[in-house]
Design a protein around this ligand. Structure first.
Ligand code: C2E
Ligand code: CA
Ligand code: CA
Ligand code: CA
Length: 277
């Protein structure tokens, strides 16, 4: 019993990760981390619900810092957005994804990858031309890239962003509205921007089976998207029951722990090989 108390005391004495005892992470730390190659990408598979076919991956950024430990993406993405480092970070993500798609193509494992973009990234009118050039240099099709957009509170140059998105779409790059139904991902965006995909936020999917309100929201999102000829993706699918219910109401794609968590590159490669062979 006293050992138990000792253990409890010890636990309390250990500083918890990410609290007071740790120095605050700054934008300079993030820039240094990018330069030191401390960031990596993992790839979460996305499945088509009519035939359970693997249709691609979502690239998700990870930062393992020798100083701060594993920093959650929500933390460093927000830091990047607030400090302007997000452009460098997104450039790095896109370059990394294009290189990976190219390596997979060389192994006859062509696939699609979705990249998360912040609307802050869409202020440079040269962005579409640069991106299309990179894809072409690596002999990749624009259709192999999906850009997932979450509107952030920091955007002001709306006109440029819209212009850029239309150029990207006209050239075959797919556009996805992420976290639909939450915060800033709104109906107005759906009307203005030529999206090809709508991602229903995880919070609605999590409560979907047991809460009439969530169910109504999910069904309405799917109906709305289909009327606009936009496909739907459910994120955060964790159980077979949820998957079946989503299938029954005609959701197109899904991703989540039920299928796979975000995977390392070797794991994703194995999965692609298993599908192709
Ligand atoms: P998101 O785009 O909504 O990504 C989905 C998040 O849900 C990911 O969290 C993923 O790991 C997690 N997830 C996937 N399946 C499940 C599930 O079945 N259950 C639960 N509970 N969670 C699941 P993650 O990787 O921590 O990323 C958090 C957010 O950070 C992302 O949300 C995205 O907004 C942002 N983010 C991540 N990587 C990037 C990036 O490269 N660029 C930008 N701009 N944002 C990124
Ligand atoms: Ca996303
Ligand atoms: Ca999302
Ligand atoms: Ca989300």
């Amino acid at each position: 019993f006293s050992r138990k108390i000792q253990q409890l005391l010890q636990v309390q004495l250990q500083p918890k990760a990410g609290t007071g005892n740790q120095p605050a992470i700054t934008a300079a730390d993030l820039v240094a981390a990018l330069q030191r190659n401390e960031l990596s990408l993992c790839y979460q598979p996305k499945y088509q619900l009519t035939d359970n076919k693997l249709v691609g991956f979502e690239a998700l950024a990870r930062w393992k810092s020798p100083l701060f430990g594993q920093v959650p993406p929500t933390v460093f993405i927000q830091l990047a957005e607030q400090s302007g480092v997000i452009d460098a970070l997104t450039d790095w993500v896109l370059a990394e994804v294009i290189a990976q798609l190219s390596r997979w193509s060389e192994q006859k494992l062509s696939t699609c990858v979705a990249v998360n973009l912040s609307l802050i990234n869409l202020q440079n009118i040269n962005f579409p031309a640069r991106l299309l050039h990179e894809l072409k240099c690596h002999q990749l099709q624009p259709q192999q890239l999906v850009l997932e957009l979450t509107e952030s509170a920091f955007m002001n140059e709306v006109v440029t962003a819209l212009d850029i998105l239309i150029r990207l779409r006209m050239n075959g790059i797919e556009l996805s509205i992420d976290d639909f139904g939450t915060g800033y991902s709104s109906l107005a965006q759906l009307q203005r921007i030529p999206f090809t995909e709508l991602k229903i936020d995880r919070r609605f999917i999590a409560n979907f089976l047991h809460e009439a309100e969530s169910q109504a929201i999910v069904e309405t999102c799917i109906n709305l998207a289909h009327k606009m000829h936009i496909r739907t993706v459910a994120e955060g699918v964790e159980t077979a029951e949820t998957l079946q219910a989503l299938q029954a109401i005609g959701c197109d794609y899904a991703q989540g722990y039920f299928f796979h968590p975000p995977l390392t590159v070797p794991q994703a490669t194995e999965l692609l090989k298993a599908v192709v062979l």
